[in-house]
Design a protein around this ligand. Sequence first.
Ligand code: ADP
Length: 496
Amino acid sequence: MTKQTMKRELEKISQEKGRTELPSVLLCAAECSPFAKTGGLADVVGTLPGELRTLGLDARVILPFHHNIKDKYRYDVEHLCSFAVDLGWRSKFVGVERLVRDRVTYYFIDNEDYFGGKIYLGGPEEIEQYCFFCRAVMEALPHIGFIPDILHCNDWHTAMLPVLQRTQYGWLPQGRSKTVLTIHNIAFQGKCGFKQAKDLLGIEEKFCTPEFLEAYGCCNFLKGGCVFADHITTVSPTYAQEILTPTFSEGLDGILNARRHQLTGILNGIDRSVFNPWNDECLPFRFSASNLKGKAKVKSALLQELGLEDYPGRPLIAMVTRLTEQKGLDLVMRVLDDIMAIPMNFVLLGSGDAKYEEFFRQAENRYKGRLCAYIGYNEELAHRIYAGSDFFLMPSRFEPCGLSQMIAMRYGSLPIVRETGGLKDTVNPYNQYTGEGTGFTFANYNAHEMAHVIHLASTIYPNKEIMDSLILQAMRADYGFANSAYAYAQLFLSLL
Ligand code: ADP
């Protein structure tokens, strides 16, 4: 469906509801690309509003004026207003700055005490930091003259907004908005004692129960958001099912099951203009689905850059990842020697837990010339690895959505993934009878199952006809953000 058709469809639904305009939306988040980014959340919050705008919605963003944003955009922003808010007994300064970029309006909440340092302060300071942000957002809405139809909250840092809205702002203009909470990763919930929550946000005693905010003895912000938001979304349909089970829910399956009829999985997408092998400035050669020649040249240049041997007929398998337990690195550690017994090269780009960093450094020594472990964060190299590799390994223990496998497909690197969360929803496993597929998958969190699938992929590799067909199917798979934005827009409309 083209964006024009999507827009027309939305307008039709809107008119049927007797509305003259498509919904206005305010996205609230701790980070937003390109201003402040530590992970995938920033990419989503950075891409969604622009796509919603294209579909005709008035989508704006509000986020903290983190000091790195202030340093860079200090002279570009327009000062809108300043006022004081009460955070319990404290009176705190709030400045609101505005910036319009690519037709999207961004509001920044300024306060040096809370946003003059790290994006996430950690521990109780982080709880206070984002309690302040939630209070400041609620108070800022009438000041900036924008009470959106939809207040779209993201992860625990903004999950107290629906709680405040429903329990403290019900009769005020701010109480008019419908609230949506998107869970990007349920592993992070924002927990503190009730003493702190009452002290900071004036939470009433009657809400400090398992029916509302309490979970396992703590005040749980994400739970509060799940209780009070009008609708809950998460970032893939499969993850939406998985978090209803104790294995994946991190203790929140009770409330999520209670609200399962207001829980939807909407797949994230990637920005296809940023990730485009035809005009990617990080690549030494360009290629596309209709002209694949450059891909082999990118691979040769990459092998040289990484100090890996360039034998014809030897596939390159890659990982670009945070080195954490979530990403299935235990499986790789368990069978690395079996994998390396296959004639293939291996590259890992990542940083994180020391035990994984150490393991891969040692592995590089053991497999000199065949395995490269680049410990660090390097966005440009990441692009070259996506483009120059043949297979992209992502054996995650859990994966709410995952962007890397979509990027890999866009660059013609066939993902080898475990069937969980968004990986299951995006990678179509190779079917030897029909020839269909965009990658390879395995079901269980089991190292030998993973090794078996890697072996299968390596046996397909010499067959150029099958490989080219799979690469083209992967590159043509449409995981752009327009589809996600359309699904969000439909959901927003359904709430009004
Ligand atoms: P998550 O958000 O759980 O880390 P995703 O797959 O959703 O996983 O997104 C990860 C993003 O971060 C991808 O764009 C990936 O390329 C990038 N990335 C991860 N580690 C590195 C690294 N060491 N260097 C460069 N980019 C990285």
